[in-house]
Design a protein around this ligand. Structure first.
Ligand code: AMP
Length: 283
């Protein structure tokens, strides 16, 4: 498998693929790959000739230095895992910070029309500016036909779609289903850092989301939210940061339900010092 550390070298290879009319799919990741990432890669392989997987822990999207330092970095294992799918059609791009950022390791100040102010944006200052900055740099390096993002980070997916619209980029953004462990816990690179007791407690998040979906059929968003908060208050291993029911198109909180709209419920919770997020479609 080809692993590029430098944009300039990646560019030479991608250029020749483009000249022979090959379609390029792109899966941006921060590595510590798991089956959730691989599901995106498989989908991208189905829909393109070659797939670039970037593996880069992006410093500008972390508001917590310790989280950035402790983020798992496992390039060799990641490459081996990708090779279990195919050695031929995947290209890995895993740059050092300066290859993407040069000397300016700073996020651009974007305006996503309020999308960035909800949920993750409220609790992780500057997070989406950092995400959008690195994704715009990666899009520029890879120039993909299609790019694949997980609904696990649903707010991020909407923000990337908005980014593509704002910058008029010729890339189609594809949202992919959330992959889960057998007990329902959404796969995440952070799961390996959970203590045993917190790992056992964590499936409660998805279980609560599913119950919330059921209750939302007959109850108001406020009532469901209160119920979820009470459930978490009784759980000694998980600390709820937020539970929000929002319009899936603009992430505005639901005031009054309308049959014509799609809604999603979103959770962020701490299991010990590990922050986990998950979400579910409600209708
Ligand atoms: P990350 O490495 O956490 O930045 O994630 C890279 C991409 O993989 C993002 O588009 C995520 O939404 C996606 N992803 C992460 N976890 C999952 C999952 N459990 N199921 C589907 N996609 C995921």
């Amino acid at each position: 498998m080809k692993v590029f550390r430098q944009k300039a070298n990646l560019d030479v290879t991608l250029d020749s693929l483009r000249r022979s009319n090959q379609k390029i799919g792109f899966v941006p990741t921060m590595g510590a790959l798991h089956q959730g990432h691989l599901s995106l890669v498989r989908r991208a392989l189905d829909e393109n000739d070659k797939v670039v997987v970037s593996i880069f822990v992006n410093p500008t999207q972390f508001d917590n230095k310790e989280d950035l330092q402790k983020y798992p970095r496992t390039l060799e294992t990641d490459v081996r895992l990708l090779e279990t799918i195919t050695k031929d059609d995947i290209i890995v791009y895993s740059p050092e910070v300066d290859d993407l950022y040069d000397t300016q390791v700073k996020a651009i100040d974007f305006n996503f029309k309020g999308l960035e102010q909800e949920m993750e944006g409220k609790f992780r200052t500057g997070h989406f500016d950092g995400v959008a900055t690195v994704v715009s740099k990666l899009f520029d390096a890879v120039k993909p036909d299609k790019a694949y993002f997980g609904q696990k980070d649903f707010q991020q997916l909407l923000i990337i779609k908005k980014l593509v619209e704002i910058l008029s980029l010729p890339v189609k953004v594809v949202g992919c289903d959330i992959m889960r462990e057998e007990d329902g816990l959404a796969m995440s690179s952070r799961n390996v850092r959970l203590s045993e007791i917190h790992r056992q407690a964590a499936p409660f998040i998805y279980k609560t989301l599913k119950s919330a979906r059921k209750k939302f059929g007959t109850k108001s968003a406020d009532k469901v939210t209160k119920w979820v908060m009470d459930e978490f208050a009784e759980n000694e291993y998980l600390d709820l940061e937020y539970f929000v029911i929002a319009d899936a198109s603009n992430l505005k909180r639901v005031k009054r339900k309308s049959k014509k709209k799609s809604y999603r419920a979103f959770i962020a919770a701490y299991a010990g010092d590990i922050r986990l997020i998950d979400n579910i479609a409600l209708n």
